[in-house]
Structure formats: structure tokens, C-alpha cells
Design a protein around this ligand. Structure first.
Ligand code: DAT
Ligand code: MG
Length: 151
């Protein structure tokens, strides 16, 4: 939908590698609308909830540890079909399978250091936004460029 929202999080490797500005720039230039953002040292409890669907996978414990090893930059972006389009902008889970021009394809090598998280469906986005943000942290603002982005 037109006012769809997705949850993105720049992972500790993306933050350490100074890719925060580059990543935000890509979504800004695309025409999406940033409605929430914070840098956070995520707790183990939050990360375990975030990745609950992967709890039986062999890499789960390492994944949670890595995600808690430094700050992440959590964001909510809004716009037309943003869930699916953001996933395309991220690339595949494995950077080795990601095309140049995608974030993981341009900046990543290793599947367990793939720079950024993005919700995989509208249902996941809803769950993750609620998990990471309080309602008052979502900022509604008048977008004066909107008519140049959506008909
Ligand atoms: P995505 O982040 O593309 O949605 P996912 O939800 O399947 O991928 O997995 C979450 C994260 O877990 C992923 O970004 C990196 C890590 N991961 C996934 N598969 C992995 C594997 N086979 N080995 C190591 N880490 C993996
Ligand atoms: Mg996922």
C-alpha cells in the first residue's frame, strides 16, 4: 500500500564500517519517508524476540550475540510497497548471492555479517516496529516532496 511501513536496522558491522550515512542516503534518494530512527545497544531479550522464528537454527545464538555486540541503527521507513522494495534494495540474505547495486551486494561478503536487517513481510514489519519502537517514537510529518514521488 501507499502508506506501508517497514522496519530496517543497520547491524553492528554496518555501524562499525561507517555505512550509516550511505544506507540512509539510499532510502532518502529513493523517495521513502523516514518516520522513526534511533541508535540502540539492543538487549539480548529484545534480539531473541526479534529473531524468534530462527530460534531452532544452528546460528541463532551467534546471531543474537553479534547483533548485541555494538549499536544498531533502528529505523521505520514509509512509502509505496516499501516492505518489498526495501528487501530488493538490501539484496539476498547471503551477500555472495546479492547483485551489485544492492546494499549487501555492494558492501558485504559473509552471510553472518550482512550489514542490515529488513522486514520480510507486512506482518513481520508490524511485529518488528512494535517490538523496537514505542508509539510516541513514530513521527508523522508533512512531506512536501510527496507529490513529486507519488502521483
Ligand atoms: P534476512 O536477514 O535476509 O531476512 P533471515 O531472516 O533468514 O535472513 O536470517 C536472519 C539473519 O540470520 C541473516 O540476516 C543472517 C543470519 N543468517 C541467516 N542464515 C544464516 C546461515 N545459514 N548462517 C549464518 N547466518 C545466517
Ligand atoms: Mg529475516
Amino acid at each position: 500500500g501507499i502508506n506501508e511501513r517497514t522496519f530496517l536496522a543497520i547491524k553492528p558491522d554496518g555501524h562499525q564500517r561507517r555505512l550509516v550515512g550511505e544506507i540512509i542516503r539510499r532510502f532518502e534518494r529513493k523517495g521513502y519517508h523516514l518516520v522513526a530512527m534511533k541508535m540502540i545497544q539492543a538487549s539480548e531479550e529484545l534480539l531473541k524476540k526479534h529473531y524468534i522464528e530462527l530460534r531452532d537454527r544452528p546460528f541463532y545464538e551467534r546471531l543474537v550475540k553479534y547483533m548485541g555486540s555494538g549499536p544498531v541503527v533502528a529505523m521505520v521507513w514509509q512509502g509505496l510497497d516499501v516492505v518489498k522494495t526495501a528487501r530488493m534494495m538490501l539484496g539476498e540474505t547471503n551477500p555472495a548471492d546479492s547483485l551489485p547495486g544492492t546494499i549487501r551486494g555492494d558492501f558485504g561478503v559473509d552471510i553472518s555479517r550482512n550489514i542490515i536487517h529488513g522486514s520480510d513481510s507486512r506482518e513481520s514489519a508490524q511485529r518488528e516496529i512494535t517490538l523496537w519502537f514505542q508509539p510516541h517514537e513514530i513521527v508523522c510529518w508533512q512531506d512536501n516532496a510527496e507529490k513529486w514521488i507519488n502521483e
